[in-house]
Each structure stands twice: as structure tokens, then as C-alpha cells.
Design a protein around this ligand. Structure first.
Ligand code: PDD
Length: 313
């Protein structure tokens, strides 16, 4: 839809709208209860990186909360492309949100006959270069990651308060991102990222059993490391292991691979201490390899032609 370029792309339920036209009911259970799921994707030169994987995770999140997506994967792809066209940005942030929908007050999902489906695409706001050149600060916060038995972190849900509270805590400690521990005091993940560290030449990251969202970027990075013959350990790690590591970095769809220059931790007395890290060789290698992987994905997707956008019911 030419003419709307430069504005965000907005798709609500079954059509593209202008942002100011897109309205959701105050009785939407996404608003009332955080009842819904979402995915964040990154668009590079018009190509949605790892779109199939993101859509598969959206489907899994939805099924874990017994929410039936209102569209097939093929229809969602078409809606994504319409939204991107309306937005007119080749390098974009893209979010697909599905809430339980509008219904009377009450927790019962059957009160909501139709899920609300919403896509938002906008120009990508690049994180500052210094994040990649010098690294960010990570704070080990007191807020624990949701128990798997309470609200499984595998579900990418609209119920994000756990992570919001951890983020508030991290910012108070002077950090850019939080490292949340699980209920056993083992490292889990960031508020919107997965965490990695390098120990004795091995690339270590908390395993899914520690209670994490299995990040798409995390999977790509693990695959790259294996291809590069870097030893990979998915396991259970305490804070001492992270502090004792040689390199630390985080990963996410929007930020990609981001080095950590400092890990801040509270001491017994409530003061904070920090440990500094270099932007080390493994981190640098994986940052570069990740970008190469994105470039070849974009190239291959374009070379395969429009047919791969074809929609299947
Ligand atoms: N966040 N862990 C959590 C809790 C997250 O919210 C995210 C992603 C990740 C990294 O996953 P991925 O590599 O698939 O982006 C890990 C997105 C970016 C968000 O919340 O918008």
C-alpha cells in the first residue's frame, strides 16, 4: 500500500489499517489478563529472518495456553507481507501478537469467541554501536525467572511482568539487561535475551531444563558454534561460573549477538560488585558468523523467489 510508507505497518484481525484506526476493546483479555502470545521478528532487506521458526514457536506458545491461532501459518505469512508493504521499511522490527480476544470479565477462555490478531511493523531502531564494540552491562537480579511449573518460560506470552520487574531491577543497578536466575539459583536468561559464556574454550549456555525461552537466535548461535567446532555445553550453571568465565554475551532476534563487558552482582551487605569482561575472540567470531548467516539466509530466500512466500492452508 504505497502512501503509508514511513509510518508503521499495522494489521488488525483481517486487514491493514493506519495506526490511529487500529483499536482493540478494553475488554480484550490480552489487556485485562495478559492472556495471549507473541513473536518478535527482524526483517533484513525485506526478508523476515527465520520466519518459519518464529511461526512454529508462535504456534507452540499458543497451543501451550490452549489458544487456537485464528489463521493458518500461510495466512499469517500473507498478513506479514501486507503489513511490511504498508510499512515500506526493508529493515524492520516486526511483532505478531495474538490475544485471547474480547469477552466478558472472567478468566475462562471460552468467554472469548474470537482471538485478536495484530501485526505491527516499524523501522528498526538499531541499538547503539557501542553495545557491540564495548559490550553492555548485565546485572544478576533478585527477581527469579518464572517457575516452569508456574508459567513455563517456553511460552512467549503477553504476561511479561516477571521480565519487566527484572528489567526495572537491572536498570536500578546501572545495567542494560538483567540476568535472571531460576528458583534453584541457577542462571536462566535475560529479560528479552538468552545468555552465553565461554569457559575453558567451551561455549556454555543454560539448558532448556533451567527454565528459559528457547531463543531462535540462541539456536542459530549454537548451530554456528558446532559448525565451527567450538565445544558447546548446554547445562546448569551457577553465578560463580559466570563470574569466572572468560567471555559473556547475550543473544536476541533484534539485538543479535551482544557482548557483555560487565556483570554486576549484589553482595551480602546489599552493595554491588562488578566483574569486567573483554569482548573476546569467541564472541567476536560468533558476532561475525551470525551476520554472515543472516546475509546468506537473505540471499538464499531472495534467490528462491516469491514462491517461498506461497501460502498453504
Ligand atoms: N525477546 N528470552 C526471552 C525471555 C525473550 O523475550 C527473548 C526474545 C529471548 C530471545 O529469543 P529470540 O532469540 O528468539 O529473540 C530470550 C524478543 C526479542 C522480545 O521480547 O521482543
Amino acid at each position: 500500500m504505497p502512501g503509508t510508507a514511513g509510518r508503521p505497518g499495522v494489521y488488525l484481525n483481517d486487514r491493514v489499517l493506519l495506526l490511529e484506526e487500529a483499536k482493540v476493546s478494553v475488554l480484550d483479555h490480552g489487556f485485562l489478563y495478559g492472556d495471549g502470545v507473541y513473536e518478535t521478528m527482524r526483517v533484513y532487506d525485506g526478508v523476515v529472518f527465520m520466519m518459519e521458526e518464529h511461526l512454529a514457536r508462535l504456534e507452540r506458545s499458543a497451543s501451550l495456553i490452549e489458544l487456537r491461532l485464528p489463521k493458518s501459518a500461510g495466512r499469517i505469512k500473507l498478513a506479514i507481507f501486507e503489513t511490511l508493504e504498508a510499512c515500506g521499511q526493508k529493515d524492520a522490527y516486526l511483532r505478531v501478537t495474538v490475544s485471547r480476544g474480547e469477552g466478558p470479565i472472567g478468566l475462562d477462555p471460552s468467554l472469548c469467541p474470537r482471538p485478536t490478531f495484530f501485526i505491527f511493523a516499524d523501522r528498526l531502531k538499531h541499538p547503539p554501536r557501542s553495545n557491540y564494540e564495548e559490550g553492555i552491562a548485565l546485572a544478576i537480579v533478585d527477581t527469579r525467572r518464572n517457575l516452569r511449573e508456574a508459567l513455563d518460560p517456553r511460552i512467549k506470552s503477553l504476561n511479561f511482568l516477571n521480565n519487566i520487574l527484572a528489567g526495572i531491577e537491572a536498570r536500578k543497578m546501572g545495567a542494560n539487561e538483567a540476568l535472571m536466575l531460576n528458583n534453584e539459583g541457577l542462571a536462566a536468561e535475560g529479560t528479552t535475551s538468552n545468555v552465553f559464556f565461554v569457559m575453558d574454550g567451551a561455549l556454555c549456555t543454560p539448558s532448556p531444563e533451567c527454565g528459559i525461552l528457547e531463543g531462535i537466535t540462541r539456536e542459530v548461535v549454537l548451530g554456528l558454534a558446532r559448525r565451527l567446532d567450538i565445544k558447546v555445553v548446554e547445562g546448569a550453571f551457577g553465578t560463580a561460573e559466570i563470574s569466572g568465565a572468560g567471555e559473556v554475551f547475550i543473544t536476541s532476534t533484534i539485538a543479535e549477538v551482544v557482548p557483555v563487558r560487565q556483570v554486576i552482582q549484589k553482595t551480602e551487605g546489599g552493595a554491588s560488585q562488578s566483574k569486567k569482561f573483554p569482548v573476546g575472540p569467541v564472541t567476536k567470531l560468533l558476532m561475525a558468523e551470525y551476520r554472515k548467516e543472516v546475509s546468506s539466509y537473505v540471499e538464499n530466500t531472495k534467490a528462491a523467489g516469491p514462491s517461498i512466500w506461497g501460502f498453504t492452508e
